[in-house]
Each structure stands twice: as C-alpha cells, then as structure tokens.
Design a protein around this ligand. Sequence first.
Ligand SMILES: Nc1ncnc2c1ncn2[C@@H]1O[C@H](COP(=O)(O)OP(=O)(O)OP(=O)(O)O)[C@@H](O)[C@H]1O
Length: 339
Amino acid sequence: MKITLDNVVKTFDTFRAVRGVSLEIGSGELVALLGPSGSGKTTILRMVAGLEYADGGRILFGEQDATDIPVRDRGVGFVFQHYALFPHMTVAENIAFGMKVSKRKRSGAEIEARVNDLLVLVKLSGLGNRFPSQISGGQRQRVALARSLAVDPKVLLLDEPFGALDANVRRDLRRWLREIHDELGITTLFVTHDQEEALDLADRVVILDQGKIVQQGTPEEVCRQPNSPFVTRFLGDAHRLEAVASHGRAQVAGGVIELPGVEDGSVEIFVRPADLEWNTAGSIPAVVSRVIDRPDGRRLLASLSDGSLVELDVPPETKVAKGDHGRIAVLRTHAFPRG
Ligand SMILES: Nc1ncnc2c1ncn2[C@@H]1O[C@H](COP(=O)(O)OP(=O)(O)OP(=O)(O)O)[C@@H](O)[C@H]1O
C-alpha cells in the first residue's frame, strides 16, 4: 500500500507542529522519520494512523483520501515504545487479541494456527504461555510486533519501538525487524531520533526539523551529501571550522584544506573523525591532548593552533600519547557557504 502525504499541516492551539510535509512512501518500502525531539515525527505518524487529524493538506492510502477511511479500516498495525501488552493475558492471548475483536471472523483453530506461525516468525516459539512479566523487554517488543502483524496490516507504523532497550538488544532487534520486513514486504514507517537506527534499518531516511522535512534520501545519500549544516551535525560527530574559500582551498589553523568545487567566500567546514588522518604528511599541525582507547581503535583529541579541539580515529596499534606533536591530513569535508 502506497502512502502519500501532500502538504500536511498540524497545529496544536497556536503551535504549528507540522508545517507542510509532503512525502511518498512506496508500497513495501521501509522509511525512517528521523529528527530531534519535538520535530513532529510522532504527530506525522499519528496522522497517518488516523489518531490525529491534519488541519491542512491530504493523506492518501493508495489513491484514496484517508479521511474517508475509518481508523479501523485503514489496515494499520502499530508498535509504540510504551504500548504495553495486556499484563493479565499470556503472550499467545496478547497476539490473538486483535484477531478476536476483528470484524473478520476466524475460527479458534485458525487463530491458534496463526498465533503459532507468528511466534515462529518473531522467534518466540515455546513462550506462548508466559505472561508479559515473565519475558524480557526485547521479547515484549517482539510480542507487540507479532500482535500488530496478526491482523495482516497493509501498513506498519513503529514509534521508537526499541527506545527503552539497551544498545545491544536494540541492534539485534532492528536487524531482525529488517529481516521480517524483507520477508513480509509491508509498507513501514518508522520513527526514531537515533541516527544509527535510521541508517541501519531504512531504505530511505526522511530528516525533520521543526515540523519540516529538511532532507530525504537513501542512507548513503544523506550521509555522503548532507545538504545543510543542520543535517551534517545531526547525522554524527562533526567538528566545525570557519574559513574563507579561495580558488578551491582555505587556510585553517596553520594549514590548508582543499575544497574542490567550493565557491570563493566565507564558508563553514565540517569534518568527522573518519575524515581526518594522523599523518606526518598532513597539512595541519596539531598536539594530542587525549587518547581514548576503544575496542575498534583509538580516538585522538587533538588541539589545533587556533585553540579548537578535533577528534580523529586511528588504528589500534598506533603509537601515540598525550602531548605528542604531529600533523593531520584532511581526507574529505562538507563545506557550506555562510549566509
Ligand atoms: N497534543 C498536543 N498538544 C499540544 N502540543 C503537542 C501535542 N502533541 C505534540 N505537541 C507538540 O508538537 C511538537 C511535535 O511533537 P512530536 O511528538 O510530533 O515530536 P517528535 O519529533 O515525535 O518528538 P519526540 O522525539 O520527543 O517524541 C512538540 O513541540 C510537541 O510539544
């Protein structure tokens, strides 16, 4: 089922939470809405679900205006971070609930078979008789997903479904969600404020700020070609330098940064830790002010001659210590004219 948002607006009292959002989610696509707190992600999801009404623009399910489709007929499945399971029902009863109250009547045997299939799908076979208090947080979210899938939704809406879980469980669950999505092919809209989660999971990432879409594209497109300082910073650690570009290069902190294709004038330049190399042939002099060891390498905090501090990653075997003098090579940058 394709979903189209056409210039959708939502105002709470006088506050405009969603300011003219246009977006198409293709049939079978997995799209992440990514943005800081308060950027309007949940409000958009709730409007697609029919839990909130847009006061401007249109939302289409396929070719049909969603306002003409009652909420229960939209074929939408939800999983929310705090959408608790019914505590007095077993896992199997929780999954069966939607089928029992659905307009479409199913026999007891049919429901039981479907619950068993879903338990296999979410890798919880054998746990159907447990109560929610007897399983882990990650398992509960898998039950919540199984419950939402039970009624064969055409669209799946997920609002920070793994938000309350620890980092390792989150990573496992999002890989698993991606596998389930690939198997079932349900059109999915996923809300998160976690960049890594969106980039890891989605076919397409839609970045929101203050109720507006500021960029959308594949994870590769938004990472490699962020279109603004906001997106560059929001997607990950980035150090900001101010400089004046001239003939495709700029003087920065006692060195030179190449800026191919950048127009002459005042620019802000962003560099990520992986964009920099600790290299005797580098152009920018620096002094190591701290070394942080990590499982996959070492992160250096290096001070530049202008007093700023940049972070860069070096291989784990690199011999470097606090106070060492060296040079930094800049491998790539994101530069924007200063308005
Ligand atoms: N029912 C409401 N009444 C008034 N204001 C609301 C209501 N719901 C949301 N808002 C406001 O609309 C803005 C967008 O909220 P929304 O929950 O959509 O943001 P979000 O991007 O999902 O944020 P978060 O990541 O914190 O959940 C916020 O400023 C919020 O305070």
